[in-house]
Design a protein around this ligand. Structure first.
Ligand code: 2RA
Length: 338
């Protein structure tokens, strides 16, 4: 028994990670369907001891499905997720297409699973997976927010290539080799050199505000997930030459005092969080420690010394962008539907 499952965008980095995680977590499915664009139709995909042929995604792909995990980009979601929902298939979507739509729950299970209480598996509905940098930040910060309330959050992100897809990861490797060999740099994915460089996140910039879309996602999605307009959020999102785990520096202004020891204890007891915070050993989270792992890693927990009170905390956070930042969070949402 178990739901009839479809994976949409199965050949992408997140799509393939969906399969790995479903298998690792022994997700109970009764059938599996692999869907992708016409370009990938016909390819073979192995899952759980079976070899599947990728089928072309159409509006009619979902009549025999109870659950669809989407990671095929916003336009595919806009075009096919409503049809899937109308066919009674419950959609968990990794794109930004419906994240800010009223009535579409935006969920990190450890934070706000109650937001999806009206969605019933196999009865349609769309649930949105938040943006990776939002998931990683809020998985770490929410235990503190729930304890004393966050008044203001300032986030600086150091985002991995994987956030821009498989091709970006391949280009980072290629450019690194080219740079080391003194050869001309290939720039197909990003308009500038990425290897040995950093740049403002490659999403569109709001020319009035000067913030890029990634930064505005952090601001807007935090308000929706925490269901409040009272938290002030600002961020600077930067792409860095790291493969698959995001790092984030986070400064918090709190509504009430919280000591570093109290903050550390909250984080050590928080779901989906691992603390690496050893000042004597100068040990802290890094993207390579977080890569391929499920937890969000938190360290450099310290009192904000720019303040005269205990209402400021600084954190350094790392999380695997493909797993907790995308595929794992979506599978955890699916598990919460069972
Ligand atoms: C990025 N947040 O890292 C995006 C991926 N969805 O570019």
């Amino acid at each position: 028994t178990g739901p009839r499952v479809a994976i949409v965008g199965v050949t992408g980095a997140v799509g393939m990670e969906f399969l790995q995680i479903l298998k690792q977590r022994d997700f109970p499915y009764s059938s599996m369907k692999m869907l992708a664009s016409a370009r990938s139709a016909g390819k073979k995909v192995d899952f759980d001891g079976e070899t599947y042929t990728v089928e072309e995604l159409t509006e009619n792909s979902f009549g025999d499905c109870d659950l669809a995990l989407f990671s095929a980009g916003g336009s595919a979601t806009k075009k096919f997720a409503p049809a899937a929902s109308d066919a009674g298939c419950t959609v968990v979507d990794n794109s930004s297409a419906f994240r800010m739509t009223d009535g579409v729950p935006l969920v990190v299970p450890e934070i706000n699973v109650e937001a999806m209480k009206d969605i019933k598996l196999g009865k349609g509905g769309i649930i949105a997976n938040p943006n990776c940098s939002t998931i990683i930040a809020l998985t770490a910060v929410t235990p503190i927010h729930k304890a004393v309330g966050v008044k203001r959050m300032v986030v600086s992100t150091y985002q991995a290539a994987s956030g821009a897809g498989q091709a970006a990861m391949e280009e980072l490797e290629l450019q690194t080799r080219e740079a080391l060999d003194g050869k001309p740099i290939t720039t197909n994915i990003f308009p500038r050199q990425y290897a040995f460089n950093l740049f403002s996140h490659n999403s569109d910039v709001d020319v009035d505000l000067g913030y890029n879309e990634e930064e505005m996602k952090l601001v807007k999605e935090t308000a929706k997930i925490w269901n409040t307009k009272d938290v002030k959020v600002t961020g600077t999102c930067v792409r860095v030459p790291v493969m698959r785990a995001h790092a984030e520096s986070i400064n918090l202004e709190l509504n009430a005092p919280l000591t570093v020891d109290e903050a550390r204890k909250l984080l050590e007891n928080a779901a989906g969080v691992s603390v690496i915070d050893n000042r004597k050993e100068n040990d802290f989270p890094t993207p390579l420690v977080a890569s391929y792992n499920d937890d969000v890693y938190v360290g450099r927990i310290r009192r904000d010394i720019s303040r005269d009170d205990d209402c400021g905390i600084d954190l350094f956070v790392c999380g695997d962008q493909i797993r907790k930042g995308a595929a794992l969070n979506a599978v955890q949402i699916a598990e919460a539907l069972l």
